[in-house]
Design a protein around this ligand. Structure first.
Ligand code: GAL
Length: 504
């Protein structure tokens, strides 16, 4: 719990001069921080939101002619999240009667931006074949309903639900995926760009790869290890995948621009500051530097400098990767000119060199004893601030949207007497908003913040037990109950000064 207290202490230093509305006030009532807002234009336009993804919330796996996704296969055909764990209902969000209630709830909280994904196999059931008008109509209605509630859409095109037919053809490891995605993106732009002006092209290629690799291990009958940073044997496949996902995003962006469409496009990257534990050896430090290269610099250097990091390319070459096209590919990605950077931030990661690793690239995530963690790793709002600083100073201060930030904690979401007091999540959110506001004061161009997630939902291969929502969902009855974090986040958005004590 020690780091938790340090994190709360960080929140106490926040003053009212943050650009964004909503202020986290010192728990001791520092008078300088009691005025809630500074009403600059940037503050007026700031998007305060929440995020979700189609497969995690929608259910309705065959409604309106939907095709199958790789996730239907993983959970329903192969039971990879455990017996009976399925996305067939999830939180029933495809149902209009249900989602209208959810939109009303979010509006009551004060959320003005909702990041959601549309499902590729709904729009193109075979991945490549004919367009499904029923799915287009569904999402157009959904977006109209959001906007009628004054909630702005942030539309993600791809949040991991690859059409099964394309996954079977190799998915992102097949270079044809660039053309597959471009076509899908063109269908999306043609059908939604009168309603939407902010798009996330793809979500988290890094974590998607880790999840896919875990699925493969489970299909082979092993419990499997979920490695966010690919280990040695996976390095070449992982980088090949990332290269194709980023090239696909660049192709979609080029097409959007060539058609003269209006809107802003970016990708949502899971950025993980890398830490060495006390007593790290030079080998551990070298592994940590390479892990930073794979998880962070690989993407950022390509987007902002048009090249892949030399150390990572050399490590891949050392593992036998064919890197022939990579320099030109990185230039293409750099030339795409994405309009903003989407940051998904959860934690910092401790990295070391595994014992008895063969020579060359070898990395291992671990958690030193005594470190305060959430389900997604060590809780470090200070590293969130450091990440903004790094992007501002090393990558030319691009516009940023925080596309995901949030936490789940074991045994935190119990409904007692009609209420869920999720103190740790609530503090996590306040501490990270504080860190973001500090970065804005230092000059970072952050234009929006989305909590992962609005609701509890289906956490991929980890099923329904890992809750991340500000709104509790009873998965049997579909009853919703806003948690303490929702109430406090709502007050923050509405411009009230809130403190960590409000989370108790
Ligand atoms: C992200 C992912 C989300 C959600 C979240 C919580 O990596 O984009 O879909 O699962 O983690 O773990």
């Amino acid at each position: 719990m020690n780091t938790s207290l340090a994190a709360v202490a960080a929140a106490m230093t926040i003053s009212a001069s943050a650009l964004a509305p909503g202020t986290v006030r010192a728990a001791d009532g520092d008078p300088a921080s009691t005025t809630a807002t500074s009403r600059s234009q940037a503050a007026e336009d700031f998007r305060w939101g929440a995020a979700s993804a189609a497969y995690q919330v929608e259910g309705a796996p065959s409604a309106d002619g939907k095709g199958r996704s790789v996730w239907d296969h993983y959970l329903d055909d192969r039971s990879l999240a455990g017996p009976g764990v399925s996305g067939a209902v999830a939180i029933n969000f495809y149902d209009r009667a249900q989602y209208l209630q959810d939109i009303a709830l979010m509006k009551r909280l004060g959320i003005n931006s909702y990041r959601f994904s549309i499902s590729w196999p709904r729009i193109l059931p075979d991945g490549q074949g004919p367009v499904n008008p029923a799915a287009i109509a569904h999402y157009r209605q959904f977006i109209a309903d959001l906007k009628a509630a004054d909630i702005q859409p942030m539309l993600t095109l791809y949040h991991w639900d690859m059409p099964l037919a394309l996954a079977e053809a190799g998915g992102w490891e097949n270079r044809d995926s660039i053309a597959w995605f471009k076509r899908y993106a063109e269908v999306v732009f043609a059908n939604f760009s009168d309603q939407v002006d902010l798009y996330v092209l793809v979500n988290e290629p890094l974590v998607e790869f880790g999840m896919k690799h875990l699925a493969e291990q489970r299909m082979a009958g092993e419990p499997g290890v979920f490695a966010i940073v690919p280990d040695g044997p996976q390095l070449t496949r992982a980088l090949t995948t990332f290269n194709h996902v980023m090239l696909a995003s660049a192709a979609a962006k080029a097409s959007f621009d060539a058609q003269g469409r209006q809107g802003r496009l970016g990708v949502a990257l899971p950025l993980f500051p890398v830490l060495n534990a006390e007593g790290a050896t030079p080998d551990d430090q070298a592994s940590a530097a390479l892990a930073d290269g794979v998880m962070n610099r690989w993407f950022l250097d390509a987007i902002y400098n048009g090249r892949y990091p030399e150390d990572v390319v050399a490590a891949a070459r050392d593992k036998g990767a064919d890197t022939t096209s990579w320099a030109a590919d990185a230039r293409t990605i750099g030339e795409a000119g994405f309009d903003y950077l989407g940051i998904n931030f959860y934690s910092a990661l401790y990295i070391r060199r595994p014992a008895q690793a063969p020579s060359g690239y070898a990395v291992e995530m671990f958690t030193p004893e005594g470190v305060y963690t959430a389900l997604n790793g060590p809780v470090r709002p200070d590293q969130f601030k450091a990440l903004f600083d790094r992007i501002r100073t090393d990558y030319g201060n691009p516009t940023i949207f925080v596309t995901e930030n949030g936490a789940g904690f074991p045994n935190e979401d119990t409904l007692i007497d009609g209420a869920v007091v999720d103190t740790r999540r609530c503090r996590y959110i306040l501490d990270h908003v504080s860190a973001m506001q500090a970065a804005i004061r230092d000059g970072s161009d952050v234009q929006g913040y989305h909590v992962w997630s609005s609701h509890d939902n289906l956490e991929w291969l980890f099923g329904y037990g890992s809750r991340f929502g500000m709104i509790h969902v009873d998965f049997d009855t579909q009853v919703r109950t806003p948690k303490r974090s929702a109430e406090v986040y709502g007050r923050l958005i509405r411009g009230e000064a809130v403190t960590a004590a409000d989370c108790e």
